[in-house]
Each structure stands twice: as C-alpha cells, then as structure tokens.
Design a protein around this ligand. Sequence first.
Ligand SMILES: [Zn+2]
Length: 326
Amino acid sequence: MEHTAERVVLARLPSGVEIATTVHTYDGAADGPTVYVQAAQHGREINGTEALRRVHDRLLDADLAGRVVAVPVADPLTFDRVSYTTPEQLDSVNPNMNRVWPGDLDGTLHERMAATLWEHVADADAVLDLHTGSADMLTHVVFMEGHAESRALAEAFGTDLLLSEEAGEDADPEWAARDFGGKLRVAATREGIPTITPELAHNKRLAEDAIEAGVTGTLNALRHLGLLDGEPEPNGVRSSGGPALARNHLGRVSAVDSGLFRADPDREVGERVEAGERVGTLYDPTTYEVRQVVETDRAGVLYSLTREATVTAGEKLLSVALPREE
Ligand SMILES: [Zn+2]
C-alpha cells in the first residue's frame, strides 16, 4: 500500500489567495477498482471529515486491492465559515457547492472547485459523498431510484434507513426547481458511476455514533467492491430486520408561522408514525399562543426533526420517509 497526500488548488480568491485542499491517494499492491470518497462539501458537516481521518488510519495497515482517493474537506470556503453555503461575495450564483456538479473550470468559484475534484470522480468506479443532517436526523444513505449498483452500494454501507430518490423527469417538479440535478450523487450516477450520499447526522459537532457509522460504512463499501477482504459488517442500531428501505419524497411538514417549535419530549427520529400524529407545537413566544399543532403528513419513518427551536414561517420542521414494499 502506498499513500500520498497532495495539495490541490481548487480556485483563487480576488486577493490572490488560493483555495486549496488535500487529496489523499491510497494505492493497493494488488489491482482493483478505484473509489472516490469526499466529505464536507457542506463545510459545517464535519463528521464525514473525522470519519475519513479514522479510515485513513485503517487503510495504512490494510491489504488494499485497487485505489482509494479521499478528500476530507471538499469545500474549504464553507468549512472555514462552519456553514452550508458561501456568502454572496464568494459565489452569489452558486452558493451551494452541491448544486453545480460536474462543475466548470471557467465558471464561478464553486463550479471551478467542483470541476477540479470531478477529474478524480470521473476516474472512479464508485463514489461516496459523506454529508450530515442539519436537523436531528436518523443516519441514512441516499441513492438514485432505479440504479441497482448504487442501491447495492447503499446496502453495503449499511445504516438503518436507505432512501431512494427519484431524479429528472421521474421526480417531483420541486426536484428540478431546487437544482438537484447538480448534486454530486446525481451527476456521477448519470455517468454510470455507482454513487451514494450517506447522511451521518449532526453537523457542527463531532458525534461519535455518526462518525463510527461513517467509518464502518466506508469500509463496508470497500469490502463490497472488493478493495478490502471480508463481508460488510452490521452498521445500524436496529436489533434485527436489516435496513428499512424507503422513498425520499421531498415532502416535509413546514412551519405555518414563525415562533418557537417544541417537539414533544417522547419523539425520536427513527420511529414509525401514522399520518396525522402529533409531533410538537409551534407557539408565539411573546403571548404563548399556539400557532400550529404540528402533525405528521403521512405514515412512514420519522427521519428528520428540527431541534433548533427558533423557526421562521415556511421552515422545515420534520420529514417522514415513505416505506417501500418489495
Ligand atoms: Zn450536506
């Protein structure tokens, strides 16, 4: 196994300061597939970065067949700001890096950064794009509906919930309106590269459960693809039954007004819910008047629930995934 770490310039700021990141390459003694894995293209989503540091330690001692290319900080701009998007001074056209893939070397800052990393993506036989949720979120893996190899990769990664997301003309009109075609996962899958987006839960702080799910899942993906020996290991907290397969329907329950949202104390992400179940209340903090009794919009798995209680009208409060019957 041979490891190299290369500093790569992704773009240049107006002052001339270079935006650079480190690309790690692990070349196995034996031949095998190439896997590209990155974290923190949303810079506040740091649990993937810590997971890759631990994967690094494991790979240095491993018998690897093939090549792993790992980028622990894909977007230094948002990483430094502990943010999800850049301020308008840096990229007013494309503030969200995960809407511009495969990027453009002559485009805006995010398009240039993505295009530089895309050179590694295009060479890969599989791609893992590590994210973490902003709300309290059940750790899960997203793959493109109908892409069997991506689904197999998601199953190997593990976690208790696998979400398939429809793309393009199959998807809800909101999908295109939100530029979801520019997600790394979608752009790479459309090139025929099996790709998954693990959502490891909890941003801005290192959460041990989420990090370990990321480490086990990444190593599981490498086992599944034959870069490492052995079978994928269990990677969920459910005692039995394997992962639940569900559909990411883009639906969500939003705040009908601004105020403080209090989730009912017995609510937890990961639980099965029926449609119309009460989950919490939104109230006016000055008068205590209840503005919304917040209820689930459908039956399924409650996988996201906001805990940042100060909400503005229209903000997402919870999401329920639709179980798939197969
Ligand atoms: Zn993200």
